[in-house]
Design a protein around this ligand. Structure first.
Ligand SMILES: [Zn+2]
Length: 374
């Protein structure tokens, strides 16, 4: 390991003020997308936490030998996961291979966080009750970038991806009346699961023992400070991981703490998945932004390849999960509902859309961070 520690993540600063957005448009349709894994990808199938039990046992045996101890496997906390799939994940998966699936919810979260960063939207997933170093709650510091909770005051991302208002969360159990439901905003973009027609012999890496898969969180509070001198008002911004491709930081072959040991089967780099994004009632500007963000300013057509990427799944700090997305316009379609409620196809408008960047005040730093340099 190198002496110099390079932080695997960086921060994209917040804008001056949170974006505001309301209403919807007339464009409904489907974007057909291709996703390419640029480094190995891990989406664990959590339904079976001991998918490679024999490998777990070998790790425990090695550890016992080294430590002259009689630690039992049950006490070790070691876990092992196959890649997510639709098949029954039970039993030992060593000799079973299912077609890998990337859940639409994972893709959605990934695109939404980029959308939030590029549209100066709220920090929808932040935990307001986290404490900062000086004891203040995050919620008191991030001010108007706190997650939207009022359906009449939405940021760009919440207006498009939807949100659950505060009232709903608190009263859902006891009161499902219309009044509270009104505070929920439905999403106008739906992400389908990404699947592959890969030959099952070819898609997977050997299950590997990973360096710490979960990012430990001691610096959570520190992360929300701006600058290096405490205390100051404000926060550093939104956290994003660098793209890197270093097999050595992916593997850890001599685990010292079995409770942190995870074995996982990853999908190889260079695998191709396809998925659809269905959308409804978007304005042309929203559609332009969505399309631009899917490719983060990189090449937008599938035959040009990815120049910019996202981070997906687990192990982001240890160089897993870089993916590039492109849109296949020939398979995508847009339908328009006119005033007389006639639906007509207007897929040609996809090619005529203005560049989303014109609406985005694109943040050079953000786009830079997404550049593939691996
Ligand atoms: Zn919001």
């Amino acid at each position: 390991m190198s002496d110099m520690f390079v932080n695997p993540y960086t921060f994209i600063g917040l804008g001056e003020s949170k974006s505001r957005s309301s209403g919807n448009g007339k464009y409904t349709g489907v974007l057909s997308c291709t996703m390419m894994t640029l480094t190995p990808l891990i989406i664990p199938n959590a339904a079976n936490e001991h998918a490679f039990s024999k490998r777990e046992q070998r790790v425990v045996d090695r550890w016992n030998k080294k430590n002259s101890s009689s630690a039992l496997r049950e006490e070790s906390g070691i876990k092992s996961y196959d890649f997510y799939s639709y098949d029954n994940p039970e039993g030992d998966r060593e000799n079973k291979k299912s077609s890998p699936v990337i859940p639409g919810s994972s893709i959605r979260g990934m695109i939404r966080s980029a959308y939030e960063a590029l549209t100066d939207s709220c920090l929808s997933t932040i935990d307001l009750e986290n404490k900062m170093i000086d004891g203040r709650q995050v919620g008191d510091v991030i001010g108007h970038f706190a997650p939207c909770k009022d359906s009449t005051q939405l940021c760009d991302a919440c207006n498009l991806f939807g949100m659950v208002g505060e009232n709903d969360k608190r009263k859902y159990k006891t009161d499902t009346g219309l009044k509270n439901k009104l505070n929920t905003v439905a999403s106008r973009v739906m992400f389908r699961d990404a699947t592959t027609s890969l030959d099952l012999r070819d898609w997977h890496e050997e299950p590997m023992i990973l360096a710490i898969l979960e990012q430990p969180n001691p610096s959570q509070a520190e992360a929300y400070y701006k600058g290096s001198v405490y205390p100051v008002n404000g926060i550093k911004g939104r956290k994003f991981y660098w793209h890197s491709d270093d097999p050595n930081i992916r593997k850890q072959n001599d685990p010292n703490n079995l409770n942190l040991t995870v074995i996982a089967r990853a999908v190889k780099a260079g695998c191709m998945f396809t998925f659809d994004i269905a959308f409804e009632n978007l304005t042309d500007i929203e559609l332009a932004k969505l399309i631009w963000i899917i490719s983060i300013g990189g090449k937008t057509s599938s035959n040009e390849g990815s120049t910019h990427g996202f981070k997906l799944g687990r192990g982001k700090p240890i160089s897993f999960g870089s993916v590039g997305i492109s849109i296949d316009y020939d398979k995508s379609g847009v339908f328009v509902l006119d005033e007389s409620l006639n639906i007509f196809c207007d897929s040609s408008m996809l090619a005529k859309l203005p560049r989303g960047a014109e609406y985005l005040r694109p943040k050079a730093t953000f786009v830079d961070r997404c550049k593939i340099q691996i």
